[in-house]
Each structure stands twice: as structure tokens, then as C-alpha cells.
Design a protein around this ligand. Structure first.
Ligand code: OAD
Length: 318
């Protein structure tokens, strides 16, 4: 992409913000780090730098769907570290809300799974959660969906959450007059195939409950893992609704290393100005303007120059 030569400075961005009415804001983990939520790829503080103990060849495998299917305990062992635990939001979230209140927000495409945009009041009609969220969880076996609050205790304690509906149908399938129990005591992971095999069990009237729970369908929070499709709304909104309307693109707090979200900027019309706000420059995309630094500080400064009041208790130092 060839840069648009007329946009270079922070004041050019101020003018663009004044004149634009269909702004796409594409966000990543960097907009939540001031709330104490780690990003993924920052060298010493990012989640991926903290996962050596899992012995994975690549830390991204914690979000790999085939690895999750094989061994969900890996994801569940770190789930509590990425579970949203705050209902506050950052000045950058407040800034996106301000764009919405001023009828300037076309869409906020977020890769974040913390759902904090909702706390900040971004309307569902303006929000695409490209990588899903922790709002709901779905059974891998029977597709039964529950609010994530239903499996919160499991997520918090690192125990693999099991599907209530699968547990129930296992119970109903039990032969009358007695339960079924595994011959050897159940110690570790359930077998890869969650289908019970009759020859593995002997009749019993008790102690089958733990095993039924242990082999019932695995619940997976509805965040998009590597190897899974993004929600349909992502490409539909981008291609059918936004591409012809967008007049400014703000990319904030993302390394743009994960496709297909990383391809959004290249997909949008070349004459649409693109601004990057993050700690470090993005070496693989040529933005028209880079505003490098803490995104909360940058948006506060933009608002100061615009004369917009950024209502937020956490406005960082000037
Ligand atoms: P990354 O960790 O890759 O990038 C976050 C970027 O934000 C980095 O470039 C940081 O330098 C920058 N940053 C951090 N704190 C900041 C701050 N306060 N102000 C400004 N910049 C800051 O996170 P994402 O790009 O969001 O997928 O990662 C994309 C996807 O990769 C995630 O959605 C996740 C991950 O695998 C899933 O969870 C499925």
C-alpha cells in the first residue's frame, strides 16, 4: 500500500477525526493492558512469554483447536489468566465510545475476547468481536450453548468444564437397576473418544457420577481458536456494509500478526486514510500516520486537541 502523502502529523489526524463520519476502529490487546490484562506478544509481559511451563512448541498452541480437542486441560490450565475479571474500561475504550456518541463510529472490529467494549457502552450493532468472546461457551460434542457464567467456576479453578446436557443423556442411557462404572478408577484425562464402550465397564449402583461427568462433552468458551472460522458477521459486515462507507481507519493496540484480521487494512480502499496507534511501529504495514506511544495517552492528547471531553476516571498523566 502506498502512503497518502497529505497525512503525516498528529494534527492531520485531528483534522481527519473532525471530518470523518464513518470510522473503522480496529483494536487489539494493547487497549486493555492499562487495566492489567496482559497482551499476547509483548516480549516480557505478554501472555505468550509466560507459558514456557506448558512445554508447547509454540505458545499460540494454547488457542489451537486441534490441540484443544486432543487435550483441553492445556487451555483450561491458563483460562483463569485470560478470563475477564474487570467491569471497568480504559480511556481508549472511552475514546471509541466517544466516537460512537458523536456518530462517527462505523464499526469497532475488536480482536479482544474480554468483552470490555460492552462495558464501555459500544453498541452491539457497532461491534464485531472478531475472535469471539467469553460471553458464551459451547459443547464440542452436542453444540449445547450456555452463558460462560455457567462454567465460570471451572474456568477459574482450571478444571475442564463438561456439558450438563451430555451428562444428563449419559445418565438416561444407563441400564435400569444399576449404574455403570469403569473397571479401574478414573484418574486422568478421559479417553480420546468420549463415547463409552460397554466392555470397559461393569454394572454398578454407585460411584459412576464422577466418571459420567469426566467423559461428558467438553465445553469450549466461544472464543475463536486458531483453526476455527471467524464469526460470519466479520466478513459480512466488512464486505457488504463497511468497505464502501469507511472514511478513516484507526488501528489501535494490535501487532496485526493474526490473519484474517491483519488483512483488513489491505482490503479497505487505498484512498482511505489509515492511522496506527500503538507502542511500536508495525513493520509489515505502511500506515499513513503512526502515533506511537501508550494508546491511552495518545487518545487523551487527540481529545485535548479536538476539544472533546474524554470522560474517564483513568485519564493518564499529560
Ligand atoms: P498482541 O499482543 O499481538 O499485540 C498487542 C500490541 O499492543 C503490541 O504491539 C504492543 O506493543 C501494543 N501495546 C500493548 N500495550 C499497549 C498500550 N498500553 N498502548 C499502546 N500499545 C500497546 O495482541 P493482538 O494483536 O491483539 O487470539 O493479538 C491478536 C490475536 O492474537 C489475539 O486476539 C489472540 C492472539 O492469539 C486469540 O485469543 C484467539
Amino acid at each position: 500500500r502506498v502512503k497518502l502523502p497529505q497525512y503525516n502529523t498528529i494534527d492531520d489526524v485531528v483534522t481527519l477525526l473532525q471530518n470523518s463520519n464513518n470510522i473503522i476502529v480496529l483494536t487489539g490487546a494493547g487497549i486493555s493492558t492499562s487495566l492489567g490484562i496482559p497482551d499476547f506478544r509483548s516480549k516480557t509481559t505478554g501472555l505468550y512469554s509466560q507459558l514456557q511451563h506448558l512445554g508447547l512448541s509454540d505458545p499460540q498452541e494454547v488457542f489451537d483447536i486441534s490441540i484443544f480437542r486432543e487435550d483441553p486441560t492445556i487451555f483450561y490450565s491458563i483460562a483463569k489468566d485470560i478470563l475477564p475479571s474487570t467491569s471497568t474500561f480504559s480511556p481508549t475504550h472511552a475514546f471509541i465510545r466517544l466516537l460512537q456518541d458523536r456518530s462517527k463510529l462505523l464499526t469497532n472490529y475488536t480482536q479482544n475476547i474480554d468483552n470490555i467494549e460492552t462495558h464501555a457502552g459500544i453498541l452491539p450493532s457497532k461491534l464485531i468481536q472478531c475472535h469471539g468472546s467469553f460471553a458464551t461457551a459451547t459443547c464440542l460434542e452436542c453444540a449445547y450453548q450456555v452463558p460462560c457464567s455457567a462454567i465460570y467456576t471451572d474456568l477459574k479453578s482450571g478444571r475442564v468444564a463438561r456439558c450438563d446436557r451430555c451428562v444428563q443423556s449419559l445418565r438416561q442411557a444407563k441400564p435400569t437397576g444399576g449404574g455403570i462404572k469403569r473397571k479401574r478408577s478414573y484418574g486422568g484425562l478421559p479417553p480420546k473418544s468420549h463415547k463409552k464402550k460397554r466392555e470397559d465397564y461393569e454394572d454398578s449402583t454407585d460411584e459412576d457420577e464422577d466418571y459420567e461427568v469426566a467423559v461428558a462433552g467438553v465445553m469450549k468458551p466461544d472464543i475463536t481458536f486458531f483453526g476455527e472460522d471467524l464469526p460470519d458477521a466479520f466478513s459480512q459486515r466488512l464486505t457488504l456494509h463497511d468497505r464502501d462507507k469507511v472514511d478513516l481507519v484507526l488501528v489501535i493496540g494490535t501487532s496485526l500478526k493474526v490473519a484474517p484480521v491483519s488483512e483488513v487494512v489491505g482490503f479497505l480502499p487505498r484512498e482511505t486514510p489509515q492511522v496506527y496507534i500503538s507502542r511500536e511501529a508495525c513493520s509489515h504495514v505502511d500506515f499513513d500516520v503512526d502515533l506511537l506511544g501508550d494508546c491511552d495517552v495518545v487518545v487523551a492528547e487527540l481529545c485535548r486537541r479536538l476539544g472533546w471531553e474524554l470522560k474517564h476516571e483513568m485519564i493518564p498523566h499529560e
